[in-house]
Design a protein around this ligand. Structure first.
Ligand SMILES: [Ca+2]
Ligand SMILES: [Ca+2]
Ligand SMILES: [Ca+2]
Ligand SMILES: [Ca+2]
Length: 322
């Protein structure tokens, strides 16, 4: 696994698309009992190298991996951002959903070591350019078919995006930088219901997902957070309050991120040249251990000073915060 992950310019990054990076997924795509790895990639605006593609690595069962990307039909050049794995068609082979800037892709596992792009066939093709960020397969209605939830980060286009230095959102410490997310229109989360026949239906409006507050959504995590037997969905957001969709058990969700203390981020921007960024995050049983806060815990709130400003991580009840 020596191929570099390509993402944006080397000397400079002009647009936010070049700065976000991407993720990876563990998947036993060939059902041999050994986990394989799917690693995402971006590209470059100018002169992208040949190796800029997502890659699937097969586990050789001896501590090594073999790049099987082309053989598996997963060669793809673009701005991949997130990935989730699930057997959406219940054939026993895990499938892949890859979020990207431009167009998300659903890869159906054919069960013979290859995948087929089924995005259009499955009803997941978007006529508009979208920036898919986080995603999760989740059977929100418990009908036995995995549904699909994904976030959009910002609304962005190379044609209309401001360039470094063009406005106040594109300057940091007096230095022209890639603009965003502030200053760019927010994205939004989406929920697609699995129809059980290989296709999906957009139920974002019906399920109460589309009505959530405007957000710069990134990572998505699905779990039964209140242990009522119905999966809930959390969306970690950038520069806006994170979203917690609690499952109402009737096909709809209630967004209760702030009510349940699942995450508030408050950005306070002082006048130039110093920018202070304050994050206040609360959870029921929080434990924050970051490079800046190695000793933080629920019983030991700490204040940490990061290299890029003042970062305060406080563990307290949400009522105290407000
Ligand atoms: Ca395997
Ligand atoms: Ca499958
Ligand atoms: Ca379902
Ligand atoms: Ca629940």
């Amino acid at each position: 696994m020596h191929a570099p992950v390509i993402y944006g310019g080397v000397e400079q990054t002009k647009y936010i698309v070049e700065t976000t990076g991407c993720g990876c997924a563990f998947i036993d795509y060939d059902n041999d009992g050994w986990m394989d790895i799917f690693i995402l990639s971006g590209t470059r605006l100018e002169n992208p190298p040949d190796g800029a593609t997502n890659r699937l690595y097969k586990n050789n069962r001896d501590g090594t991996f073999t790049d099987v990307t082309k053989k598996a039909g997963l060669h793809s050049v673009g701005w991949a951002c997130g990935v989730c794995v699930g057997d959406y068609n219940n054939d026993g082979f895990d499938d892949i959903f890859c979020t990207r800037f431009g167009q998300n892709i659903l890869y159906r596992n054919n069960g013979d070591g290859t995948f087929t792009d089924c995005t259009r066939q499955a009803g997941l093709w978007s006529p508009e350019q979208r920036w898919g960020a986080g995603c999760s397969f989740v059977d929100y209605d418990r009908d036995g078919n995995l549904d699909l939830f994904f976030s959009n980060y910002v609304q962005f286009s190379f044609e209309q995006a401001p360039v470094p230095g063009q406005n106040n959102s594109c300057i940091w410490l007096g230095i022209p930088v890639a603009c965003g997310p502030r200053g760019l229109p927010t994205g939004r989360p989406w929920l697609y219901r699995n129809n059980g026949d290989g296709t999906f239906t957009d139920v974002s409006e019906r399920a109460g997902i589309a009505q959530a507050a405007s957000s710069y959504g990134l990572t998505v995590a699905a779990a039964d957070f209140d242990e009522d037997g119905w999966p809930d969905i959390y969306v970690a957001c950038d520069a806006t309050p994170s979203l917690l969709f609690m499952n109402n058990r009737d096909g709809t969700f209630s967004e209760e991120g702030i009510l349940r203390g699942a995450g508030i981020s408050i950005f306070l921007r002082r006048t130039s040249p110093t920018i202070g960024t304050f994050f206040i995050t609360t959870m029921e049983r929080p434990t924050f251990r970051t490079p800046q806060c190695p000793h933080a815990s629920a019983s030991k709130p700490v204040t940490c000073v990061g290299a890029r400003g003042l970062w305060i991580w406080i563990t307290m009840a949400i009522q105290t915060c407000l």
